[in-house]
Design a binder for this molecule. Structure first.
Ligand code: CA
Length: 227
C-alpha cells in the first residue's frame, strides 16, 4: 500500500485528504508543521509527500530543500499562493508538481498517481534494515551498531547523522540537509558541527579514520556513505 505523508496545518483539509486517500488505498500519515514532517519523512520514508507551502514553523520551500538533500521522494505541493514565482520557487527547490488551492480531489489524486509512477523503485529506495560492511554492521531497526562483535556506543546525535547517511547509500547528502535534519533549521550554517561529529563517527567505525573507506567527505558539499 503506497504511503503518503500529508504536511498541512489546516485540520479540515487534512481530514478531507485522509478520507479520499484512504478510499484509494493510500496509507496516510500527517504532520501539521515542518519539523515533524522532516522527522516523519526521515523515519518512515513515505512513497510521496503532499506539502502545504504555508506551514506554521517554516516555509514549505525550505522544507522541500531540506528533504531533497537526502531523498528523491515525489513531493506534490498544495498551495493557496497563485503567483507563478511561488510555483517556480517550489519547483526549483525540487517539488515534482504543484496544485493550487482550492483543487479538485480527482485532479490531486491523478497528479499524485503520476508523481508516484514516475518514481521507479530502485535498489537505493529499498534501504535494507541491516547495513553490513566489512568493518561494521548497523541495525537500523534496533538502532545498534557492532564492530568486530563489539557493540559501538553512539550518542543520539552521532546515530542520527549515521542513520541519514546509511539510508542514502552512495548518495551525497548536503551539509545543509544534515545540519537541518540533525540540529534544526537555525543551525544550517554550522558546518563545524558536522566536521566534529563526522570525525567522531569515523574514529568509532572506520579502520583508518584518517582515510575513511565508508564515511566519505565531498569537500564543500556534504557527506556520503559508500557501501
Ligand atoms: Ca497552511
Amino acid at each position: 500500500m503506497p504511503r503518503v505523508l500529508v504536511v498541512e496545518d489546516d485540520a479540515q483539509l487534512v481530514r478531507a485528504l485522509k478520507i479520499n486517500l484512504q478510499a484509494r488505498a493510500f496509507e496516510v500519515e500527517e504532520a501539521s508543521d515542518g519539523g515533524s514532517a522532516l522527522r516523519l519523512a526521515a523515519a518512515h520514508r513515505p512513497d510521496a509527500i503532499l506539502l502545504d507551502l504555508g506551514l506554521p514553523d517554516m516555509d514549505g520551500v525550505e522544507l522541500i530543500k531540506a528533504i531533497r538533500g537526502w531523498s528523491l521522494v515525489p513531493i506534490l505541493v498544495l498551495s493557496a499562493r497563485h503567483l507563478s514565482e511561488d510555483k517556480v520557487r517550489a519547483l526549483d527547490a525540487g517539488a515534482d508538481d504543484y496544485v493550487t488551492k482550492p483543487f479538485s480531489m480527482d485532479e490531486l489524486l491523478a497528479r499524485l498517481r503520476a508523481a508516484t509512477r514516475r518514481q521507479q523503485p530502485t535498489a537505493e529506495t529499498a534501504v535494507p534494515l541491516v547495513v553490513t560492511t566489512d568493518t561494521f554492521t548497523i541495525d537500523l531497526v534496533a538502532k545498534k551498531v557492532r564492530r568486530e562483535a563489539e557493540t559501538v556506543r553512539l550518542t543520539p546525535t552521532e546515530w542520527h547523522l549515521l542513520e541519514i547517511l546509511v539510508s542514502n547509500p552512495g548518495h551525497l547528502v548536503s551539509q545543509r540537509a544534515l545540519l537541518r535534519e540533525v540540529w534544526g533549521p537555525t543551525h544550517a550554517e554550522n558546518t563545524n558541527y558536522l566536521r566534529v561529529y563526522m570525525a567522531q563517527l569515523r574514529r568509532k567505525l572506520e579502520a583508518d579514520p584518517a582515510h575513511p573507506r565508508y564515511l566519505i567527505t565531498e569537500p564543500g558539499m556534504g557527506y556520503r556513505f559508500e557501501p
